[in-house]
Write a protein that binds this ligand. Structure first.
Ligand SMILES: CC(C)(COP(=O)(O)OP(=O)(O)OC[C@H]1O[C@@H](n2cnc3c(N)ncnc32)[C@H](O)[C@@H]1OP(=O)(O)O)[C@@H](O)C(=O)NCCC(=O)NCCS
Length: 194
């Protein structure tokens, strides 16, 4: 899998990603709303094993690379979840704290969503968001997801369910395209129009 945005690259896992990704997952700040810090050594070992898989599955997380530096700064992608007895595909975005506040999560999560609808043919994505995780909720809203309901997870935690559907997404892209067409038309018809 390969998804490129202006500033970021999401690609298949290689063994050298295991260290930086394990640090992200062992960080208490990063995992505050995601079940708490993982054991770094365990995560590293399982990532090294995953990296040697010949065909990495589409429904999985992938390292996110900052193009300007080549650094591994996040882990994003899709995960299969059972939510209230239904199979759902969750859009997941996790970034190292030193790159928060630059719009990276919005940039890559939006690109993964488009990839899921156009390349993988998925019809619906969800995001499970802790009600206190306001920055995650803002990312979901910015990429066009909408609040659907709350759900009680198996561990007893209440989470908000945000959804994106292929139909609504196609409509939104079409509407934005039409709007920019009209703006272009006005600019051409009336030079100097701002
Ligand atoms: C959730 C998480 C990814 C959000 O990170 P983030 O940095 O707030 O989100 P973005 O990368 O989209 O950045 C958006 C912020 O950068 C600002 N920003 C700065 N430059 C920007 C740019 N060029 N483009 C867009 N936004 C920009 C925006 O104003 C916005 O700030 P705001 O939310 O205060 O309004 C991050 O907090 C995280 O990794 N948390 C831990 C993991 C987690 O909980 N993940 C969610 C569950 S899957």
């Amino acid at each position: 899998m390969h998804i490129e945005t202006p500033r970021l690259l999401l690609r298949d896992l290689v063994q050298a990603d295991a260290g930086p990704l394990a640090s992200i997952w062992a960080d208490p700040e990063v995992t505050r709303f995601m079940g708490g810090p993982r054991d770094g050594a365990q995560v590293r070992a399982s990532l090294v094993e995953d990296a040697s898989t010949p065909k990495q599955p589409d429904i999985d997380l992938r390292p996110v690379i900052e193009k300007a530096t080549g650094a591994v700064i996040g882990d994003c992608g899709l995960l299969e979840k059972d939510v209230d007895g239904k199979r759902e595909i969750e859009l997941v975005y996790v970034f190292a704290p030193d790159v928060w506040g630059r719009g990276y999560a919005t940039e890559m999560a939006g690109a993964v969503k488009r990839y899921a609808f156009t390349e993988l043919g998925l019809e619906r994505l969800i995001a499970l968001i802790d009600p206190e995780n306001a920055s995650s909720e803002r990312v979901a809203v910015r990429i066009g997801m909408r609040y659907e309901r709350e759900t009680l997870r198996p561990g007893g935690k209440l989470m908000k369910v945000y959804v994106a559907s292929k139909d609504e997404d196609a409509w939104a892209v079409g509407a934005r395209g039409a709007l920019s067409e009209r703006r272009r038309g006005r600019t051409i018809d009336a030079p100097g129009f701002k």
